[in-house]
Design a protein around this ligand. Structure first.
Ligand code: ZN
Length: 474
């Protein structure tokens, strides 16, 4: 296929919003889908964008995944339902993680449907609000995804469709995360396309900085924090130090709601760093989430993925993310036992926004005591319990009961796995500039607008804030 053909890109998700990542690249008649993510929408709503593809899944020749967050992989099983049977490319760690994440997603959807049916059978649906609905996908659809996975390591070029070579570059966002580099020849000229996926932060301890890629002709860049500056790793470690010192003094408990993938492992690493490198007197850290445990196991299986500093630290322990201070609970009994333990101690539990999972039970037992602390380390969406805590409401409703929120609340801004404005600026500068076309995705319009100003000097045409479902010739 070497020769003249047109290249087009259409943004089927994460355009002027941060979920549903899915970008369709057409090289002549070859079609490659980058990511196949879940939109943030009511899973049971039949009109949800998750239930309909805006492209023909059967026309795809290949699917390339950047990393294993649900907003980048969550609809892969739906592709299988629609009949796609081509290859799905992922880095080895991403392949391992998405297997766990998609199975968990299938389980949650089953449970959602079961609960909706139960509510309706109890007569709570006289408005007809609860729709007769099926899960988006079932476990056997996930099996098909796993069957089609092709594992490609970083920095190895592979021809995935005729004339188009894929090279994954470490994005430093979560374990296995990658930028997608596609090299091809157009009218006798070598061309390089690069999609950042989600780009990580610099100097954050556990994962390496995002890889520098030069010679980019067409760039599709994320823009989540295009207008925001986040705290540095050193500042975050200092803040954690103060919180741990307070808990030691008061013999109290610290609760950290954390997402199971990425944030939990990062928090464990930070405490290990605090206790080991910074010689802070250790207090026990309990990790209470079955999903986190499975994902932490996968993190142990990829010991080369971390910075030399992190490897040095973790090599001292019997297993990575394991030391005498870190304890992983398994069953409910283990989880309940934590309620009876005296402080000082730290409990890291999911969900990250406190709207599900075991963290709610730990909050019930701790929020009313002013000696305890709740540490918010991730974004809290509007309407979630986590948001109410972060905003310091006087009373909060946990499951079905009201509690006084007397515990100290710390909101630490900077544990995000996303590059902030300064990180993005640094990364753009390293590309060497001369980028011919640049598109911003995965951001709210105000973030994109602000980021386009710092990207523009490196691009020879106007930076484009990608419009959903719009097709651009590149
Ligand atoms: Zn991500």
């Amino acid at each position: 296929m070497v020769g003249v053909f047109s290249v087009q890109i259409t943004f089927h998700g994460a355009a002027r919003q941060v979920t549903g990542s899915a970008h369709l690249l057409e090289f002549g008649n070859r079609r490659i889908l980058l990511d196949c993510g879940l939109f943030d929408s009511d899973r049971l709503n039949p009109d949800s964008p998750n239930r309909h593809f805006t492209f023909d899944p059967l026309s795809l020749d290949a699917v390339v995944i950047s990393h294993a967050h649900n907003d980048h992989i969550g609809r892969l099983p739906c592709l299988m339902r629609a009949g796609y049977r081509g290859p799905i490319y992922a880095t080895p760690a991403t392949a391992d993680i998405l297997n766990v994440m998609l199975r968990d997603s299938a389980r949650i959807q089953r449970e959602d449907v079961r609960q909706a049916e139960a509510r309706r059978s109890m007569g709570y649906d006289d408005q007809g609000a609860i729709q007769a609905i099926e899960p988006l996908f079932e476990l056997h659809d996930v099996e098909w995804v796993v069957e089609r996975l092709q594992r490609l390591p970083y920095d190895v070029s592979t021809e995935i469709v005729e004339g188009v070579h894929l090279t994954y570059r470490d994005a430093g966002h979560i374990l296995g995360s990658a930028m997608i580099q596609l090299d091809y020849t157009e009218a006798g000229t070598k061309r390089r396309f690069l999609f950042t996926g989600d780009l990580g932060r610099r100097s954050m301890g556990l994962l390496p900085d995002p890889t520098i890629v030069r010679g980019i002709d067409i760039l599709v860049s994320e823009s989540t924090y295009g207008a925001k500056e986040l705290d540095s790793h050193d500042k975050l470690i200092k803040q954690l130090h103060a919180i741990v010192a307070r808990a030691s003094r008061l013999r109290s408990k610290i609760i950290i709601p954390a997402f199971s993938l990425g944030r939990t492992q990062r928090m464990i690493y930070c405490f290990q760093e605090l206790f080991d490198f910074h010689k802070v007197k250790p207090i026990p850290v309990y990790v209470d989430s079955p999903l986190s445990n499975r994902l932490t196991d996968i993190h142990r299986e990829h010991p080369k993925a971390y910075t030399p500093r992190a490897q040095k630290l973790m090599d001292r322990d019997p297993i990575y993310f394991g030391s005498s201070n870190v304890h992983y609970s398994t069953g409910w009994e283990d989880s309940r036992r934590l309620n009876n333990l005296d402080g000082p101690l730290i409990i890291i539990a999911s969900s990250g926004m406190c709207d599900a999972g075991r963290v709610r039970h730990h909050l019930k037992h701790t929020v009313s005591d002013p000696d305890n602390a709740i540490v918010i380390v991730s974004y809290q969406a509007e309407g979630t319990l986590g948001r109410q805590i972060a905003e310091g409401e006087e009373q909060i409703k946990i499951i079905d009961q009201w509690y006084d929120l007397n515990a100290a609340v710390y909101v630490l801004d900077g544990f995000s796995g996303h590059a902030d404005r300064n990180d993005l600026q640094w990364w753009y500068e390293q590309t060497g500039g001369n980028i011919e076309r640049a598109f911003l995705v995965h951001g709210e319009p105000e973030q994109m607008l602000s980021l386009s100003e710092i990207l523009q000097p490196h691009v020879t045409t106007d930076v484009v804030m990608a419009e959903p479902l719009h097709t651009y010739e590149v």
